[in-house]
Design a protein around this ligand. Structure first.
Ligand code: AMP
Length: 532
């Protein structure tokens, strides 16, 4: 049998995010919609709908028009969700900006997305965002409205009715660092996102009785699609435990809100299981959830079932370009399937696994996973060549992930065809960091590789050759990186070297750099974790 699968055809939803919000407010008026624990705010579906109306009117009063791009550069908060839903109603395109971005990355995204407004908090304990924003603008006069969330300076308005939006309109741009060295904007429509959220929610059997605890970031599809839109399409409540991930606050939120579903990348579940006061929390309300975003260790999955009471936990696999979920297990699949595979192809979706020459391989044979259907992005913003590389003429999205399809249709992710490091759920492209480090005046050449890490799954290491006569310490280089790139891209291991291991034809042998570092740092143990 060939490694091709087609999920059941269940019919696609041809609605818009704004209309689905109206329906939720009508069907579940007084049930909880959003609970932001760190802001002490609780909104029912009716409250949420009303506030979104005000924000929609406010966006128009700012002078923004349908089709305009509106950025949000913030950690998790109620305002993030309000802006997401208001942009959708107003026919505008929300541009998610990673709150960890610093001036180098932000400057790129501001110009590339041509956003006309950006919403942000001026500062928090991590950074002074207002100053970084001005650095990113670099003295250039950008046509950009700055809306500071703490100032409440969005013009008030009442009549935030739905624009004439269509299901196929682009509503969101999510950045994913590309192999080309700079982040690429993934264009996603109402149809892409609503259908994906609702199909994934069905795998967990979510209803308005459920309470989803989402410590995952809203700027990423895990938060804004699997979190916000799964809630909008099912009426489940969405709980935000904190601005950014904190194990203790997540456990506390599960207990206090009687959460029934818990989301996270593997490292978040590990951090909770290892929390010194783990056993103090009452987690018996938990039933299901999603672990995704990086290879999920089987042992961790088992502990989440046994010790966190998530007896129906699922694993999802996908990527931003596919809205994001392609395959997922179901809450009632046998335990073996749920802990050791990423499940089967979702409804209305095709998958196949192909060899390097593009032929579909037999079941059980490794190849690159490709997917086709409503879930495939519209393309990369303003990058037709990169889009044509990712989506072939027959509409197949090539994920760059290596996988095996079992006889029973469940898939296992076995590696990556492309050069990508996943550090605790955050994607890091070696090429992007290499190009950034090249901009340092003392650096002649650089090679970035991923190393196994017991806690984060993988971490970043850089080998650096300096220009003749130059000196540079590890500490100096780290300091230089600090306000320029996101913290998770700053290499943990930096080694200044005279030369790189080369093949006879003069190609750098990255695998040798990896082997040498694993040996030197004693990481052999971490390299042997079994995953789904
Ligand atoms: P992103 O676009 O940030 O969502 O990252 C997507 C990438 O994360 C995929 O291409 C995979 O390499 C990886 N990934 C996501 N989910 C899983 C999973 N369940 N198991 C293994 N890798 C995963």
């Amino acid at each position: 049998m060939l490694s091709y699968a087609k999920g059941p055809e269940t019919g696609l939803m041809e609605s818009t995010i704004g209309r689905r919000l109206t329906e939720a407010a009508f069907r579940f008026p007084d049930r909880p919609a959003i609970i932001s624990r760190h802001q002490n705010r609780r909104l029912s579906w009716v409250d949420l709908d009303r506030e979104v109306c005000g924000w929609t009117a406010g966006l128009r009063a700012l002078g923004l028009r349908p089709g305009d791009r509106v950025g949000i550069w913030s950690t998790n908060c109620v305002e993030w969700v309000l802006l997401q839903l208001a942009c959708a109603r107003a026919g505008m395109v929300l541009v998610n900006v990673n709150p960890a971005y610093r001036s180098h990355e932000l400057g790129y995204v501001l110009r590339k997305s041509k956003m006309r407004a950006i919403f942000l908090w001026s500062r928090d304990e991590r950074a002074d965002y207002a100053t970084i924003l001005e650095e990113a603008a670099g003295g250039e006069k950008l046509d950009l409205r700055r809306v500071y969330l703490e100032r409440n300076d969005l013009p008030a308005g009442q009549f935030g009715l739905e624009e004439d939006n269509e299901s196929g309109d682009v509503v969101n741009i999510q950045y994913t660092s590309g192999t080309t060295g700079s982040p690429k904007g993934v264009l996603l429509t109402h149809r892409n996102l609503l259908n994906n959220a609702s199909l994934a929610a069905a795998q967990m059997k979510l209803t308005e009785e459920d309470v989803i605890c989402a410590p995952v970031p809203l700027y990423h599809c895990f938060g804004c699609v699997m979190g916000v839109l799964a809630a909008v399409t099912t009426g489940s409540a969405l709980v935000l435990p904190n601005w950014s991930f904190d194990a203790g606050m997540t456990l506390d939120a599960v207990e206090a809100e009687r959460a029934t579903a818990l989301y996270g990348v593997p490292t978040m579940f590990i951090a909770q299981l290892e929390h010194p006061e783990f056993s103090r929390f009452d987690l018996t309300s938990l039933r299901t959830g999603i672990m995704a975003g990086a290879p999920c260790p089987i042992e961790v999955m088992k502990r989440v079932v046994d010790e966190m009471h998530c007896s129906q936990i699922t694993i999802a696999y996908g990527q931003t370009e596919s809205s994001p979920v392609i395959t997922m297990s179901q809450s009632d699949d046998p335990l073996e399937v749920r802990v050791s595979t990423v499940g089967t192809t979702l409804p209305n979706t095709e998958t196949k696994i192909v060899s390097e020459t593009g032929e579909t391989v037999e079941r059980g044979v490794q190849g690159e996973l490709c997917t086709r259907g409503y879930l495939v992005m519209q393309g990369y913003d303003g990058e037709p060549e990169a889009t044509a590389k990712a989506i072939d003429k027959e509409g197949w999205l090539h994920t760059g992930d290596l996988a095996v399809m079992r006889e029973d249709g469940n898939c296992k992710i076995t590696g990556r065809a492309r050069d990508l490091i996943i550090r605790g759920g955050e994607n890091v492209y070696p090429r992007e960091i290499e190009e950034f480090l090249y901009t340092h005046p003392k650096i002649a050449d650089v090679q970035v590789v991923g190393l196994p890490d017991a806690r984060l799954g993988e971490c970043v290491a850089a080998w650096i050759r300096l220009k003749t006569g130059e000196t540079l310490t590890e500490g100096e280089l780290r300091e230089w990186c600090r306000n320029r790139i996101a913290h998770f891209k700053i290499p943990q291991h930096i080694r200044i070297v005279d030369s790189f291991p080369m093949t006879v034809t003069g190609k750098v042998q990255k695998y040798r750099i990896r082997e040498i570092e694993i040996e030197r740092l004693g990481l052999q143990q971490a390299a042997r974790i079994e995953t789904a």
